[in-house]
Design a binder for this molecule. Structure first.
Ligand SMILES: Cc1ncc(COP(=O)(O)O)c(C=O)c1O
Length: 399
């Protein structure tokens, strides 16, 4: 699909063959674990081409690729302005296998502090077992970031916006710095989607998404993706060929279907997120709203420069305590209570209980997780209904 087409056109058409088997309109699910050869000559031709690095477009086994999966990979590469993409069985598989590809014992990496908890856990607790060290730095503190670089540092990893406080990294600034020091940059762009932000256009090396969220968009699948240049994605593909964690063809089909409406859904969620954030900011019982689309957000100016929309996740703190915040969440009638965000159904969680339950109040405070922090991921419900629901829940809680 030409790059001058709009994102909705590309979300529908990119990556897919125009003429499909049996003249079908939709890309088929190629539900097979293996692919066959006509005879020994066919096999040796394939092996010979493999050995010489000639691309034939043929796949021999499901751990190395699949045509349905490949269609999604092409679509996502196009949407995020990358040369190639690689799908995984989950966002965490994308994060972990990408890092394992580019890090070796003796290396050091820098990660920003407000990232998805499991990503930080992998980096700061699991990687040291393999001899890889990490330093965590606050998002937006570029002096500390520069000071954290060591002779053996090889990459910088951050989300933008981050989870759960929606902080925004100044991507061009980090890229400029990283290039000067010869470091790779990886941005987890899950909260933004390629509709709102395309970090590769600013020179980031690799972009990761949990496709479980907006890309799938229907709360019915788990998948992840890494996008970047062909040589880098080929390296990660080698790791996946060894380890597995592939996206299966049926899930890839659901993802392909979900992606057709990505631009529509995200436009709606951007609008809804902003309306909800503005409403919450004006409520006397809401202490603070964390949404990059609000001028009160510390990174609003940066967000406006590098994002086309601010997404459907709004985090906010109530002027209350842990228990009262729980009562407020219980009083909501439209969003479901549960982890995740980005799908058609709104989801809400009290972060301290849903993601940091085993930590004491003091430990949570130490890492900046407020007892009254609520993360609301709006779905595609009407914003007027969501605001009315928030209003009745605040009224019921605070009277
Ligand atoms: C920003 C971010 N990255 C990665 C992940 C992990 O993705 P998955 O749940 O698909 O493994 C999550 C999950 O919540 C996330 O929020």
């Amino acid at each position: 699909m030409p790059q001058d087409h709009g994102y909705s056109t590309r979300a529908v058409h990119s990556g897919e063959e125009r003429r499909k088997p049996h003249h079908a309109l939709t890309t088929p699910i190629i539900q097979t674990s293996t692919f066959t050869f006509a005879d020994t000559a066919d096999l040796t031709d394939f092996m010979e081409a493999q050995q010489q690095g000639i691309e034939t477009g043929r796949i021999e086994y499901g751990r190395y690729g699949n045509p349905t999966v490949a269609a999604v990979e092409r679509k996502l590469a196009d949407l995020d302005s990358g040369e190639a993409a690689l799908l995984f069985s989950s966002g965490m598989a994308a994060v972990t296998l990408t890092l394992l590809t580019f890090l070796s014992a003796g290396d050091h990496l820098v990660i920003t502090d407000d990232c998805y908890r499991r990503t930080r856990q992998f980096v700061t607790q699991f990687l040291p077992r393999l001899g890889v060290e990490a330093t965590q730095v606050p998002v937006g503190d570029y002096d500390t970031l520069e000071a954290a670089i060591r002779p053996n540092t090889c990459l910088i990893l951050s989300e933008s916006p981050t989870n759960p406080y929606l902080r925004v990294v100044d991507v061009p600034r980090v890229v400029e710095f990283a290039r000067r020091r010869g470091l790779r940059t990886i941005i987890d762009s899950t909260f933004a989607t390629p509709i709102n932000q395309r970090p590769l256009e600013f020179g980031v090396d690799l972009v990761i998404h949990s496709a479980t969220k907006y890309l799938g968009g229907h709360n019915d699948l788990l998948a992840g993706v890494v996008i970047g240049s062909k040589p880098l994605i080929t390296e990660v593909r080698e790791t996946q060929g060894l380890v597995g964690a592939v996206c299966d063809p049926s899930t890839a089909y659901l993802l392909l279907r979900g992606l057709k409406t990505l631009a529509l859904r995200v436009a709606h969620q951007n609008d809804s997120g902003l309306q909800v954030a503005r409403y919450l900011e004006g409520h006397p019982k809401v202490r603070r709203v964390h949404y990059p689309g609000l001028p009160s957000h510390p990174h609003h100016a940066v967000a406006r420069q590098q994002m086309d929309g601010f997404g459907g996740v709004v985090s906010f703190e109530l002027d209350a305590d842990l228990e009262t915040t729980g009562r407020f969440v219980d009083a909501l009638k439209i969003p479901y209570m549960g982890p995740s965000f980005g799908g058609v159904e709104g989801l809400v969680e009290q972060v301290a209980l849903a993601s940091y339950y085993e930590l004491s109040q003091e430990e949570r405070a130490e890492i900046g997780i407020s007892d009254t922090l609520v993360r609301l991921g709006v779905g595609v419900e009407d914003p007027v209904d969501l605001i009315a629901d928030l209003d009745q829940a605040l009224e019921q809680t605070f009277g």
